[in-house]
Design a protein around this ligand. Structure first.
Ligand code: PXP
Length: 237
């Protein structure tokens, strides 16, 4: 059964809206774990718009499953990661003005920088995943810089209209997942996944883990975080 990593950034987004302490992403993380999630994902952004450094430090102490830190490919962030020691790091592209991570990393185009950061993190004992578009060139480039995992960007699949576009995106994800698996990398997937569009992807057996944030936190506001996580876990069964 594929694993579920829950991204709790948006609990912190709600807290930051008033600059106070509620809702606390630490409490959310505990409830998410109790509901059966397999990991907690947070993105420490350069602008600190949601998750803060303190959250990360305390999450590291509290989490019993797995802490996946999403971060930009830069030296300052790498230093933070090497101090905190999450269970894995997922490198993502980051632009200040974006609402959320908009595309995958261009691994081939930034090979030297990515390779350097991947090596630093791995030397510190942290496995590294690269968030990439589902295309074969990016998968090969990820393998070329010795990534342990790829996370396939499912945003285009989530936004596809009609069966033709959707089928094409599923085919791209399937081929990318198969190649990454064949090259010995672990395969994760995420972005824009929800209670409607997830099921179809579970037919790609190479995808071992899904990282899902917005749809779960959005549903949690209405039905509670426990139920929201459990429903998503059920879809993965
Ligand atoms: N995976 C990565 C690498 C991401 O950057 C994000 C968004 O922070 C997600 C998964 C989760 O996306 P969503 O919030 O749309 O489920």
């Amino acid at each position: 059964m594929p694993r579920l990593g829950v991204n709790i950034d948006h609990v912190a987004t709600l807290r930051q809206a008033r600059g106070g302490t509620d809702p606390d992403p630490l409490t959310a993380a505990m409830l998410v774990e109790l509901a059966g999630a397999d990991g907690i994902v947070v993105h420490l952004r350069e602008d600190r718009r949601h998750i803060q450094d303190r959250d990360l430090r305390l999450l590291r102490e509290l989490i019993r499953t797995k802490l996946d830190l999403e971060m930009a490919t830069d030296e300052t962030m790498a230093k933070i990661a090497l101090t905190i020691k999450p269970d894995m790091v997922t490198l993502v592209p980051e632009r200040r003005q974006e609402l959320t991570t908009e595309g995958g990393l261009d691994v081939a185009g930034h090979k030297n920088r990515i390779q350097r950061i991947v090596a630093q993190l791995q030397k510190g004992g942290i496995p590294v995943s690269l968030f990439i578009e589902p295309n074969l060139a990016q998968v090969k480039a990820a393998h070329g810089v010795s990534a342990d995992f790829v996370e396939l960007h499912t945003g285009r699949y989530a936004n596809a209209h009609g069966s033709k576009e959707t089928d094409a995106e599923v085919a791209a994800l399937t081929q990318a997942a198969k190649l990454a698996h064949k090259l010995g990398m672990g395969v994760n997937a995420g972005h824009g996944l929800d209670y409607r569009n997830l099921t179809r992807l579970t037919q790609i057996p190479e995808i071992a883990e899904y990282n899902i944030g917005h749809s779960i936190i959005a549903r949690a506001v209405l039905v509670g975080i426990d139920q929201a996580v459990r429903e998503m876990k059920t879809l993965l069964n």
